[in-house]
Write a protein that binds this ligand. Structure first.
Ligand code: KMH
Ligand code: ZN
Length: 284
C-alpha cells in the first residue's frame, strides 16, 4: 500500500533528529554537538543510522545559542554538502531570542523551518509566539517557499493550526506536517492519552505528523506515536539519558533506538528523498 497518490510505501517511518537544541550547555553536556564540525559529524552518523531530517539549532564560538545569519547560511551549506538530510532550521531559537531574529532565519533558505503555533510556558521561562508573529512567519515561509513544520506544544495550538490554515491557506509544497512536542513543563503531558487527544484534534488537512517526548516521556510518546501510525523526532535537544542514570553518548544512539522501535512496529526508516516527497520540500 502507498500513502495517498505518492510513491512512499505506507510502512515508511520519518525519523527526524534534533541533535542540539538551545537549552543544554556544553559544560553540562560535553557530548552535545555545538560546533559546525560536530554538527556535521552527528548529521552524517544520524543519516547512516536512519534519520531523514535534521532539526537544527546552532551555537556560537562560546557554545551559546545564536541565530547569526552567516552561521546559519554556512550550516545549511555544510549539512547539504555532507548529507542528503532535509535541513530544518529552528525559528524557535532560544527563549531569549528576539522575534525579528527568528524571522530572519528564513534568509538562510533552509528546506524546512519549525513554526510553533502559540506561546508556551517553558519551564521557568516563556517561549513567546504571539499570534501576529505566527501569522507573519507563516506568510514568510510561503513567500520564501520553505516548508514549515508546525510545532504543537499543547491542545490549544492544535486548534490554532486550523485557524492559521483557514486564514492563510496551505503551506508551500501543499503538505501539512506537524510535530507534537510533548512533556515540556508548561505544555501538554507526554502521555499516550494526551497524544491520542492531540492526534484526534488535528485538522483533516494534516498530511503527516511526528511526535517527540521531552525527558522521561520520550519512550511513552515514541510508542504511542508508533501505535497511532505517526512519525518520530528524537535527539539530544529532547532527551539526554537512555535510561535512568545512563547518559546519551551521541545522537545516533537515539536514532538507532527509534529505528529499532519502528522495526518492532513493522515500520521502515524513510529515506531523505522520500521525506522530501512527504513534506513537499522544494528542490534547491
Ligand atoms: N528552544 C525552544 C525555546 C523550535 O525549535 O522551533 C524552542 C524550540 C522550538 O526548540
Ligand atoms: Zn528546537
Amino acid at each position: 500500500m502507498m500513502i495517498g497518490m505518492s510513491s512512499i510505501p505506507a510502512d515508511r517511518l520519518l525519523i527526524t533528529v534534533a541533535p542540539t537544541g538551545a537549552e543544554s550547555t556544553k559544560a553540562a553536556v560535553p557530548q552535545l554537538p555545538t560546533t559546525l564540525a560536530e554538527l556535521v559529524e552527528t548529521a552524517v552518523a544520524c543519516e547512516a543510522a536512519g534519520a531523514a531530517m535534521i532539526h537544527v539549532h546552532i551555537r556560537d564560538d562560546d557554545h551559546l545559542p545564536t541565530l547569526e545569519l552567516s552561521r546559519l547560511v554556512d550550516t545549511v551549506a555544510a549539512l547539504k554538502e555532507s548529507t542528503s538530510l532535509v535541513v530544518q532550521l529552528s525559528t524557535g531559537g532560544s527563549v531569549h531570542d528576539p522575534l525579528p531574529d527568528r524571522l530572519r532565519v528564513l534568509d538562510a533558505a533552509p528546506d524546512s523551518c519549525s513554526l510553533t503555533m502559540g506561546t508556551t510556558n517553558f519551564g521557568d521561562d516563556v517561549f513567546l509566539n504571539p499570534w501576529p508573529f505566527v501569522c507573519e512567519l507563516y506568510q514568510l515561509s510561503q513567500e520564501r517557499e520553505v516548508v514549515p513544520e508546525f510545532e504543537l506544544f499543547d491542545l490549544g495550538q492544535v486548534h490554532a493550526l486550523t485557524r492559521l490554515l483557514d486564514a492563510y491557506g496551505p503551506p508551500y509544497g501543499g503538505k501539512v506536517h506537524c510535530d507534537l512536542v510533548m512533556g515540556v513543563p508548561g505544555g501538554m503531558n507526554g502521555t499516550t492519552d494526551a497524544l491520542v487527544a492531540a492526534v484526534a484534534a488535528l485538522p483533516p488537512s494534516v498530511t503527516s505528523w511526528s511526535a517527540t517526548g521531552i525527558g522521561r516521556s520520550t519512550l511513552a510518546v515514541m510508542f504511542a506515536a508508533l501505535s497511532k501510525g505517526g512519525h518520530l523526532r528524537v535527539g539530544m535537544e529532547d532527551v539526554l539519558t537512555l535510561a535512568r542514570g545512563v547518559p546519551v553518548e551521541n545522537n545516533a544512539q537515539l536514532v538507532e533506538r527509534a529505528v529499532a522501535a519502528g522495526r518492532v512496529a513493522q515500520r521502515t526508516p524513510m529515506s531523505p528523498a522520500q521525506a522530501r516527497e512527504l513534506l513537499g520540500v522544494k528542490a534547491r
